[in-house]
Design a protein around this ligand. Structure first.
Ligand SMILES: [Fe+2]
Length: 186
């Protein structure tokens, strides 16, 4: 289950219905999929993961016009990990939706709604988020520095970050509650 935090309201949500309702009000779709290990191992290869979740993936493709899906795999030893993360931990938007279903590990999205307070969404296995095109957001890993996620694309060429250079992201600590955030010291 995700953990949603709205720092400026001193509000934390851990209930699925409350999370879904709150995020819907700021334009973010949140879903839970059955991610029980009996369905597929989180360490299975990409084809097995995509096959196991194909009912949900095909439904999303039909509803959202997504044409491809893949599985991104980040571990602490991923080469150039910090350079990769530096692309996404500053406020940005994309010209297409950002959809992530977490298979393993954690991820921390911050969303800056046009009308409303910044909200953080700490994601774990079984959580799906859809960040619509144009939505301002940024992304951090949690302390495990591990995330394996299904991504869906409308057009892979559109999935480029455009930066706001607002500096808003610097005002929010990338705090994960489920997994301690370990600030980088080097
Ligand atoms: Fe993004």
């Amino acid at each position: 289950m995700a953990i949603v935090n709205i720092p400026n309201k001193n509000l934390t949500l851990k209930d699925a219905t409350e999370i879904t309702d709150y995020l819907a009000k700021v334009g973010i779709d949140y879903e839970r999929w059955d991610a029980d290990e009996a369905r597929v191992s989180p360490d299975a290869d990409e084809a097995e993961i995509l096959a196991a979740y194909s009912p949900e993936i095909e439904k999303l493709k039909t509803e959202g016009g997504y044409v491809t899906a893949d599985v991104i795999n980040i571990v602490p030893t991923t080469p150039n990990l910090d350079a990769m993360l530096a692309k996404f931990n500053k406020e940005h938007w994309h010209d297409e939706d950002e959809i992530r279903f977490i298979v393993k590990g954690h991820g921390l999205f911050h969303i800056a709604p046009k009308d409303g307070e910044v909200v953080s969404i700490e994601m774990e296995a079984g959580d799906l988020i859809r960040v619509p095109r144009g939505t301002l957001h940024w992304f951090n890993l949690c302390g495990d520095r591990t995330v394996r996620a299904i991504r869906l694309f409308q057009d892979m060429s559109g999935w480029t970050p455009f930066y706001t250079e607002s500096g808003v992201d610097a005002g929010y600590q990338p705090l994960c509650f489920g997994v301690n955030y370990i600030p980088k010291t080097t």
